[in-house]
Structures are given as C-alpha cells and as structure tokens.
Design a protein around this ligand. Sequence first.
Ligand SMILES: *Cc1c(COP(=O)(O)O)cnc(C)c1O
Length: 442
Amino acid sequence: MSRTLTAETVSSTLEELRKRVRETGVPVSFEETVRAVTEACWKLHRRRIQRVLNGTGVILHTNMGRSPLIPDAWDAVRDLNTGYSNLELELQTGKRGIRSGLIPELLRILTGSEAALVVNNNAAAVLLVLSALARDREVIVSRGQQIQIGGGFRIPEILALSGARLVEVGTTNITTLSDYLSALTERTALVLVVHTSNFRIRGFASQPSVRELSSRLPPTVGLVVDQGSGVTRERIPGETPVRTYLEEGAHLVCCSADKVLGGPQAGIVLGRQEWIQRLSKHPLMRAFRPGKTILSLLEEVLIRRVDGLSFTESVYSIPLEDLRRFGRKILKGIPREAADLVGAFGTTGGGSAPDEKFRSLAIEIRTEEKPETLLRRMRDLPLPLIGTIEEGKVRLNLSTLYGENPVEVRNALLAVLNLPEGAGLQERGEVQEVKNPENPLS
Ligand SMILES: *Cc1c(COP(=O)(O)O)cnc(C)c1O
C-alpha cells in the first residue's frame, strides 16, 4: 500500500486511540492497539484492486472487470508499454501516424466492416456518434429502446448530452416501420437502434429489422445500431453479431470491446468509411481516444481472436466432464456433508443474452452458517472468493473458476470451512480448527 499510506493509517489509528484514552481515562492494552492498527490497515488493503476468484458463473461480470484478458496478449504488450512505442509514429515515413495499428483490418476480418474507430468505452462511442452526426438535429428512437444499461448509461440522457433531439416513436412493446417513417423530417439525422441487452420483452412485441429500416430510410438518414455485446462469431441466442447488422445496411455499429470480444475496456464503432471519417475528425475524439496500453492490448487480443476462440467462447466450450474433474480436484477429501458438486447454470452477463443460460456445475457449501455471512467470510479471504446464493445455499460455479489453480480454490474453500490446508488429502476425517496464517484478523 506504500510505506507512506501505511504510516499515515497507523498514526491516525493511534491518534484515535489516544483521544479515546484522554476522553474516557480508560487505558488501551497493547493487544488492543495492535488489533486496531492491523484492522485499519487490513480494511484499507481490502480496497486495493486485486485478483478475486469468480464463482458466480457470470462470465462477463461488470463488478469483476468483465472479460479476463488472454495472458499471452498481456505478456506480448509488456515491453512496448514499459518502453517507447510507435503509437503515433509511422515507421515507413517517420511522420506522425494514426493510433490504431492493425485494429481496423482485424475488425474487418471479424465483422466485415469497412472502417473502425476505438474510444474509451461503448458509452463514449454512442455519445461520439450522436455528437458528431446529430447535434442540433433529430434522432429517432423506439420507445421500446429507451433503456438504461448498467450504472448511468441512459439512452435519453446520452442523447440530450450530445445536443441531439430525441424523437420517440412507437410504444414499449410495438414499434412499426411506419412509426419510424412517419417521424422523418428534414431535420432527421439518424435512426438509432439500441439492443435491449439486459432484458427481453416477450409476448406481443415487435420491432422492424435493421434490413427493413435500411431499405426504406432515405440515404441521407444514418442508421446506427448500439449492438453492445460485441458478438462477432459466437453463436449466442438472442444476440445479433455485428456483421449481420452491417450486412443488413447499418451505417455504423457500436459495441464494447470488453464484453464478448474479450478485449480491454474500450468502445468500438464499425461501419462505412465516410461515416467513421466524420467521427474521427470530431473534437470529442481527442477526449475519448484510448492510450497505448488499451490499443496495444486490443490489437493483441484481436490477432488471437481472428485465429482462435474468445475468452467467452472458451468458457462455453468447457465439457461438463472437465468441469466435474476440476470440481473433484477442488473437493478431494472434503467431506460431502461440508461441500459437494451440484448441477448449475452459467450466464454470459455483461448485458448480453439475459435469458440464456448454459449448463455448468457448482460446488454447494453445506454449512449451518447463514449464507450471507458465509459469502462475506469468503470475500474476506486473502484471495477473495465470490459466490452466489441459490436455493438458500452458497454456491461456487465452476465455469468461471475453471482457469484457476484448483489447489488455490481448494485452499480458499478449506479456509472458509475452517479445515486445515491439506485436510482431507490425508483422509483424516476429523475437523481441526486452524487460523488462516495470511489473514491477520482470522
Ligand atoms: C454494455 C452496453 C453499453 C455500455 O457499454 P460500456 O462499454 O460499458 O460503456 C451500451 N449499450 C449497450 C447496448 C450495451 O450492451
């Protein structure tokens, strides 16, 4: 935490204790002092950005950093990030270049896009599109798509911020092609189609396809899709790949780079060259442009993505038998009464396919303890273990733990079950209370 911050925390804790002694006249013991100082430091230390074990079964969990990056990609960009790079230098000419490396070409292979542009996140991508193309003009959006995604991304608010005027059409469940067409005026700049990524409207509901819109809108009106999840080749029910929207005639498609695509946090706009060009010249682009760390990582991830699987796909494709073997390794020797394997489902998360689940397995922890208390103790471990409560029991979904070292997961589990490390491996059967040596508060 740095010597300085630690020293500051120690002094302020001691100062509080002194104040208490002065006010009450009751002395504080040495042990109590050490405990207070340790607790203050530990509390601060817990706030550090740190690795956790994701046992939720939600692959793209916004609270847990969305998609993990491929370790090879991370290693590959180390030297260019810790040294100088040609971020904006064209090596062929020695002149100032653009900062996108091979990203547009790689995205073209994945999505069929003519051109592409990268910004800090998808919210920035949508705001840039609206600001650059629709300021002081009108944007038509269906009432079924006036949505909020996660914290603070609300379509009507983003529109207002961009200086564009929102023209609402249709109803929550039904919006027709003629609703769009009759809202067209000479001030219409764009039709914005937003993927309702975190919920579904079922039953009596319909919305014209991008193809229908594209074939009937005048050529001067831009057709923009906020696709969100960044699905390219994955087949996820309920999710339309970026390529499909482009083929159906969308001029621009926006998505996140750190959802299904598996990249670092970024937003991507894909589509027609002349439209992307207009975005790249807008002053906001200067405010939204990512730095070398993000761009180099995205390029590396895309190179691997073009030739192989994304992180999300690799999780989907873990055979249940492998999950079972992994689960057994974790549970080896731990009594069934304490924890056992059960059938479970995983989800994609990250605002995609809200209804879709895939088959998985989970470790169910069977203690008498209140599940909320158990979850909290799991979060307090030196390597925090994040679980869920299902049917009144704490569960650890194996799909999102699969890449982890089973011994590490096992030790975390032993610690919450108050079993000694290596317990069960000797099949002793008896339960022995131990303190976790790494957690000063345990
Ligand atoms: C996730 C999502 C966003 C927000 O993307 P960020 O990259 O988190 O800014 C916007 N629109 C849709 C449809 C999304 O799914």
